[in-house]
Design a protein around this ligand. Structure first.
Ligand SMILES: [Zn+2]
Length: 451
């Protein structure tokens, strides 16, 4: 500890930017390991509170009363979320021992652990343990992922065990739709909750339209244009419906769409969603024996949307989970290429970024000779696309399939993989693993690349 303090004190005054970056990275691991101990202590404290109340026969209706507030106070944090956190710790230490071990080694941050545990609350203990085993076998499944992507991946796992309940949950949630107006200084704050499809449709419409308007040179910011569009559509026009000249991108396997398979669908701009809900929305009547989303929905708001379903085929490599091409008719013109990158990457490819794909980026910049192709292209949020121009930031493609980028920045190195198109993790060809060209190429590139 003393040695660390001395070393840090030196770097804080004399360190190069590489040394500072690496020290920050190292401290993140140490901090996470300490957070692990705080979780373990909180869990033990909760058990002791439980035992004490039980022995004395008090607080029988709520045997852990006071535990959450005590832990929150000790951590100088707002107690309102701590009941939920104690539930997370119970899952962590009782159902997912492998995850707990990884946390103790500082492999996940506190926020990442919460992103993993939160969706697991919705399924039974036996499935949580199954998830933990799966993670043990695929230790790098969350490598370089942001909390949103992690939560999405775990949700994809839990949805397989939740299908029917999920339909009812979506129905209940839709009943709670509302909008509110509050005064906020010299502005009116406008907030609300919409059912998933309408909410995503509205957001995508505003995003795409504002992008187009901005591209034509409008001096307003994207946010200002979006606010103006919303008011213009609602107030100036007298349309009963939202203008639905927009498309929602939904990615699901042919098995899920046509054969009732349970692999969840991915709704761009939202995340994973039960395949049953989507199947009924776009494919008509429910499959026998399954709970119907359409029939269980009291109000026919879905009927108010005029939808046209267009199916675009996306291909995965044989026996594999990687997206390799779009429909053969779709030649990779820039517009199509952008769409492909959005579908393939889903989230900004900068490690740990929670942003959605907003811009198509050249991994090796165009002015450095990088070509405009799916291999040399990746999806980035606009913030990261600018950050990448910093001197010392260097990216290159390490593998085509699964699409993998190595990012070197100030002495740190990260691997960013596109998410698997189907399933939870990238599936290698087992018979080719050891001697395949791409594995060898990958190793070679890792060794050879400077930095
Ligand atoms: Zn980003």
């Amino acid at each position: 500890m003393q040695e660390l303090e001395t070393r840090l004190a030196w770097i804080e005054y004399h360190g190069t930017k590489d040394e500072c970056a690496r020290a920050i990275e190292e401290l993140e691991t140490v901090t996470s390991a300490y957070h692990y101990h705080q979780s373990a202590l909180a869990h033990q404290l909760e058990k002791e509170v439980f035992r004490d109340h039980e022995e004395r026969g008090v607080n029988i209706d709520d045997l852990t009363r006071g535990a959450a507030s005590t832990v929150a106070m000790a951590r100088s944090q707002d107690p309102s979320t701590y009941r939920g956190k104690l539930v997370s710790y119970r899952i962590l230490f009782e159902d997912t021992p492998n995850l707990a071990q990884c946390y103790s080694r500082g492999e996940y941050t506190e926020a990442q652990i919460e992103a993993i545990l939160s969706p697991l609350k919705k399924i039974d203990a036996e499935y949580r343990t199954a998830f933990d085993d799966f993670l043990r076998q695929n230790p790098d499944m969350f490598e370089s992922q942001g909390t949103r992507q992690i939560r999405d991946t775990v949700t994809k796992f839990t949805l397989q065990y939740l299908e029917d309940d999920q339909c009812h949950e979506a129905e209940d949630a839709a009943q709670k739709r509302h909008i509110r107006f509050h005064r906020d200084g010299d502005l009116i704050r406008f907030s609300g909750c919409l059912p998933v499809i309408q909410g995503v449709a509205l957001r995508e419409h505003l995003r795409h339209t504002s992008f187009t308007i901005k591209q034509h040179g409008d001096p307003r910011t994207r946010s200002q244009i979006e606010a103006d569009l919303l008011v213009a559509n609602l107030v100036s026009g007298s349309r009963k419906k939202l203008p639905l000249a927009l498309s929602l991108n939904l990615i699901m396997t042919d098995r899920s769409l046509f054969l009732g398979d349970k692999e969840p669908a991915f709704l761009e701009g939202y995340g994973y969603i039960s395949s049953q809900i989507i199947r009924e929305m776009i494919a008509g009547p429910p499959i026998d024996g399954e709970v119907s989303y359409r029939n269980s929905t009291q109000e026919n708001y879905l009927e108010q949307l005029d939808t046209v379903t267009e199916i675009v085929r996306l291909y995965t490599a044989p026996g594999d989970s990687e997206l390799v091409a779009m429909d053969s008719k779709a030649r990779l013109f820039p517009e199509k290429l952008r769409a492909f990158l959005r579908v393939r990457d889903r989230y900004c490819r900068t490690p740990f970024c929670n942003g959605l794909v907003e811009e198509a980026d050249h991994i090796i910049q165009h002015h450095l000779g990088g070509e405009t192709s799916a291999g040399n292209g990746d999806g980035k949020c606009s913030l990261c696309n600018k950050a990448k121009e910093l001197p010392g930031w260097d990216e290159y493609m390490a593998l085509d399939n699964p699409h993998s980028i190595i990012i070197n920045n100030m002495g740190m190195r990260y691997l960013s993989k596109s998410p698997p198109a189907t399933g939870l993790v990238h599936q290698p060809f087992p018979q080719l693993m050891c001697d395949s060209k791409w594995i060898q190429g990958f190793r070679r590139r890792l060794v050879q690349h400077p930095g």
